[in-house]
Design a binder for this molecule. Sequence first.
Ligand code: MF3
Ligand code: CO
Length: 249
Amino acid sequence: MAVSIKSAREIEFMREAGRILASVHEELGKALKPGMSTLDIDRLGEKLIRSYGCIPSFKNYNGYPASICVSVNDEVVHGIPNKHRILHEGDIVSLDAGVIYHGYHSDAARTHAIGSITPEAEKLIRVTRESFFEGIKYAKAGNHLNDISSAIQAYAESFGYGVVRDLVGHGIGTHLHEDPEVPNFSQKRKGIKLVPGMTLAVEPMINAGRPDVAWMDDDWTVVTDDGSLSAHYENTILITEGEPEILSL
Ligand code: MF3
Ligand code: CO
């Protein structure tokens, strides 16, 4: 599939999809507290998304059963909300969500602390977020995709962290997942040249330990192989001639 270049009109819809998703994340972040179940988060998230007149992108996507991916501690991504999975003080929780607004998708993820967490966990969350911003320094017309990927990897690895290889970011638009793939690690080739109007979901998934991951029996939940903590930070961005526009912040 060719990489789509969005028109001015499409960009307006993408902006609104991103703006709404940013609000959903903000409200979810404020609602988090010990004692909540991961299903409580999903229910609130779906309600918020629909209150903005949007559709949760993830619901029923390839059979995914919920609106928000809720991944706790050593869970990397795609955790399935469950009423028996209770959040405790000291946990870290990654929330990944997407909305569809007038047929256009946005996709974003944040990792939050539940109450007070260890300094190591704080640092992992911070560095994961920072690795996204290191990567998008290179997200401008004329640069290549691999410039983003290698900057994310170099930054995260400079802290001794493991950059997940088995999952990647992606183009986004009328579909949740479009070309190109956006890896968080360096490729041997430069990848496509970036052009204004491309919209990308850039999403570093960073493990405190080794990069290796495994899938749980539910066939969705991705966990670190070594049991180390993992964090996720994602935004939908728009490529321009200059600085990228972060649509979901
Ligand atoms: N942000 C996630 C991704 O790009 C979307 C989760 S897909 C779902 O992989 F199926 F789990 F919803
Ligand atoms: Co994504």
